[in-house]
Design a protein around this ligand. Structure first.
Ligand SMILES: Nc1ncnc2c1ncn2[C@@H]1O[C@H](COP(=O)(O)OP(=O)(O)OP(=O)(O)O)[C@@H](O)[C@H]1O
Length: 275
């Protein structure tokens, strides 16, 4: 069955609307436990898809499977009709958290240098590397953090640095696993404003796992509810937050209010488009 998230009409205004990552019948079983089953998704360029679901629904497992970190059944392919290419997508990943020693002297520049080059970081960074890092940090409003120690960054700053790292080279698919702690509301909003702008500038396909339904309602083109090991429903934010299954999962009060304001916002956008 073709589900709504594969409906081409939803993507008419997104990027070229043709490049896409296709996930077919993806399933994951770990230690004899079925964690994901029959996941089918198409993610087009310029499209920000938010994955929501209760704790333990399998959101991180979905990321890990697509990244190839854990075994899965089904297929994942990137299709670029412009030059007829077909293959595995190039994926950029911003993890939920980064485990490192906070007291380590490693700086942001060291982190990038170690990623871009094969030689040891203690040999220093060339001017060429420094320029490349500066350019990438500027994209995420973090150019002033070049020589800052990683351990001295705030949660929001670290998240933006990791985003800059994930954008070079520009990926076919960008994964954002929202941190559950360590970033204040202002930091989160700045992060999503930057993501939203980059999505337009680079025509990025983005999958975002988020626990903040207000941010999802504000930024996502499409929302997917992952529950009971599979996709229970998907659609625009207004559709999803009015959906019975979502209301049952997250509670009546929140979703009804948001569905209503999102519906009004979409109506206003449609009115403006028609004028
Ligand atoms: N190696 C494993 N073996 C068995 N079960 C696992 C394994 N890894 C994860 N699980 C289980 O798979 C389910 C999904 O976990 P996952 O971390 O993907 O959920 P999530 O939706 O990302 O949760 P959260 O919102 O809390 O981050 C959980 O019940 C978890 O206990």
């Amino acid at each position: 069955m073709k589900n709504k998230c594969c409906n081409h009409e939803l993507y008419e205004e997104c990027g070229c609307g043709l490049c896409r990552t296709r996930i077919n019948h993806l399933g994951v079983t770990l230690n004899n436990k079925e964690i994901l089953r029959d996941i089918n998704l198409e993610i087009y360029c310029g499209d920000l898809t938010a994955v929501i679901g209760p704790n333990g629904a399998g959101k991180t497992t979905l990321f890990k499977a697509i990244l190839g970190e854990i075994p899965h059944t089904g297929t994942i392919e990137f299709l670029d009709p412009k030059d007829n290419q077909k293959g595995r997508p190039l994926i950029g990943y911003v993890p939920q958290k980064l485990d490192f020693d906070n007291s380590s002297p490693v700086t942001v520049l060291d982190l990038f240098t170690a990623t871009y080059n094969r030689f040891p970081v203690w040999l220093g960074s060339s001017q060429k590397t420094k320029k490349r890092v500066q350019k990438n940090l500027t994209l995420v409003q973090a150019e002033h953090l070049l020589n800052r120690r990683l351990g001295a960054l705030s949660g929001g700053e670290l998240q933006r640095v990791l985003l800059a790292l994930a954008l070079d080279p520009v990926p076919n698919l960008l994964f954002l696993d929202e941190p559950v702690s360590g970033i204040d509301q202002k930091g989160l909003e700045l992060f999503y404003d930057i993501v939203s702008r980059l999505r337009q500038d680079y025509d990025l396909s983005i999958i975002l796992v988020s626990h903040d339904l207000n941010l999802v309602a504000k930024y996502a083109d499409r929302v997917i509810l992952l529950n009971h090991a599979t996709i229970e429903c998907c659609g625009t934010a207004a559709e999803i937050f009015a959906n019975e299954k979502v209301i049952k999962t997250f509670g009546m009060g929140w979703t009804k209010g948001n569905a209503e304001s999102k519906r009004k916002e979409e109506e206003q956008t449609n009115d403006r488009t028609m004028v």
